[in-house]
Every structure is written in structure tokens, then in C-alpha cells.
Design a protein around this ligand. Sequence first.
Ligand SMILES: [Zn+2]
Length: 282
Amino acid sequence: MDKYLLELYIFLLGTLVGSFLNVCIYRIPRKKSIVLPRSTCPHCNNRIKPWDNIPILSYILLGGKCRFCKQPISLRYPIVEFLTGFLFWLTLHTFGFTSMAFSYLVFLSALIAIAFIDIEHQIIPDVISLPGIGVGLLLAWLTLPLSVLQSLIGALVGGGVIYLVSFISLAVLGKEGMGGGDIKLMAMIGTFLGWKNTLLTIFLGSVTGSLIGVSLILFKKKKRDDYIPFGPFLVLGAIVSLFLGNRIINWYFRIGDLTILHQILAFPKLSLPILLSVFFPQ
Ligand SMILES: [Zn+2]
């Protein structure tokens, strides 16, 4: 098959998965079944016709409004569909048609659902993150470029660092910067990425989270005490780490140029922004 046609198919397949993730994002926090019944409009309860359920395209054709009641459809629907399509394409483009790539598609789908549920409901549902830890360990055994032990260490490092940060935050500031959901999310991420890319994920998540949090406060979009979910930033960090992590880590430590001692000494530099984010939690 023509290479570009194949890549287009992968993108379209991703948008279909994205459409299913939208169902999960809407239903999981509401404790509804993700299989049945068929989707309805949340405003008028009319059943959505199959031809109004085509990823991205239907949103455009309907002008972002329900066919029946003309209430606006959340922009989240086409965004999730496009994002999933793009990440599916990027994964197979980067890792090829391998079982490893398939594992990462599972990982990315879970991350997308978690990020958007956290944005809308400020929770990270255990029904995704906890099984995700088990799936990560299983896939490490089967396909990932990690041993099960490395995967387990990744989970302990990921969950452990966030636990420590929220513990310090509670002790110093009297409030939790990050919650239990973030701990389980990072444990899940750790099983897929291993400990190095897990630390990178937390680093990237803390930096972007702090920057965006501070700018939202500066531009008066949020108040100092408002809650800003941290999960989406960890998800962003995990996605960047998955695709670019090894390159970033090699560049940062210039492995080969540095002795082991230098590498160890360089680590506080990596942890500094994480500590800063404790004192300026979002
Ligand atoms: Zn409607």
C-alpha cells in the first residue's frame, strides 16, 4: 500500500479511537457505562445519528451545534479526535508497525482520556490509572523496551516523587499541590516509560504547569487559591518524554562526555524545578 495512504488510514483510525475516548471522557466521571446506550445530546437527549458522529467532519458540517436543539457541541470533541489521530500517526511514524508501537497507542489513549477528564472534573479516575499500572507492567513484559523490574522501578519513582512533593507541600504550605490521583497517574506513566523518562515527565510537567499557572494568575484568569489540575501537564510531559525523552536526556547529560559523578551531580539541577513547583504550586 502507498505509504502516505497508510499514514492517512492510521490518522483516521486514531480519530475513531478519539471519538470513543470522548465517550469515556463524558461518561467515566459520571459513572456511566462506556458501551451502552448509544450517544445522545446532553441538552435535548436526542440520539445522535451515525452520520452526525463522524470524527471532526460532523462537528464542522453541523457548525458545532446539535442538529435538533442547536445547542453548542463542546469543542473538546473535535480537539480530542484530532489529537488522537495525530498521536496515532506520530506513534506509527516513530516506532513503525511494531507491537511496541501498539502498546504506546494504548498508553496514549489512556493519557488523553485522563487529561481531559482532569480538565473538566478535576479528578483522575482510578478506573483508568490503576488498571493502567497493571497493563504497563504486562506490556513491559511483552513488548516495551523495558524489563518488568525497570517498569516497576519507574512506577515507584513516579508515584514516589509525587507522593513526596505533595507530602512536603502539605507540611510547608498546609495544602496539597497535587493529589492522590496524580500519584497513581505517575505510577502508571512510570511503568510505560521507566524511571529516567518518568523523572523527565515530572520535570517537564512541573515547569509547564508552573509557567501556565503563574501566567493565569498574572493575567487574572485564576486566583492564587484556585485549583488548576496538574494531570494535564504530567500527561503533556509524558507524551514529550515518550517521543523525545531519550534525545533530551542524552543531550542534557551528554552521556559519554560526563563521568558518572558528573551525571549524579547534574541530577539536582533536574530536581530543582520540581522543588520550586512545591513552593509555587501552580
Ligand atoms: Zn441537542
